[in-house]
Write a protein that binds this ligand. Sequence first.
Ligand code: CO
Length: 208
Amino acid sequence: MLEDLKSNNRAWAARMVATDADFFRRLARQQAPEYLWIGCSDSRVPANEIVDLDPGELFVHRNVANLAPPQDANYLSVLQFAVDVLRVKHIMVVGHYGCGGVAAAVDGKRRGLVDHWLHPVREVAYENRDALEAIIEPVARLDRLCELNVIRQVRNVAADVFLQEAWARGQNVCVHGWVYSLANGLIKDLEVTVGSPDDVERLARAAP
Ligand code: CO
């Protein structure tokens, strides 16, 4: 199996060079992506493929249930590098419908460490329990929680000091909330884009 992957890799590299002889040499010198993608680890949601971007165009952070926890050093390191050094123009928090992580957060089963990781999703579910309980159909209820989780993570990113400092020095960077559908391959923009401290306030008042 691993031999297949290695031979796939050789074929892929050859194809890239066939279309652009200088491709890897150019990328080896520097990366200048304009986007940071914060997405779920789910194998069905591969960041670059979904938005059809080449290596070098998307800076990526993925974890279970696409969280942006304000105390997580891994996520914070990625965010700071993306904002302060790469100076990305857009940050997309990308959830997906049918997320197993989001489902596991609220199914009441104990799994161990991941239960702690998923705690922020349970908080979102609890804070929105009336709206969620009003949705009778379980799949639709879970899909709504996936959306609410994305909106909460957009707020986390936008409220972070790295974003606040970037806006204070006049840097142009927006945070977006998207949800990807496994069923049809399409992204839904939740239209909660934040591009200034005023937007953060507005989203905090309007959104869950
Ligand atoms: Co997921």
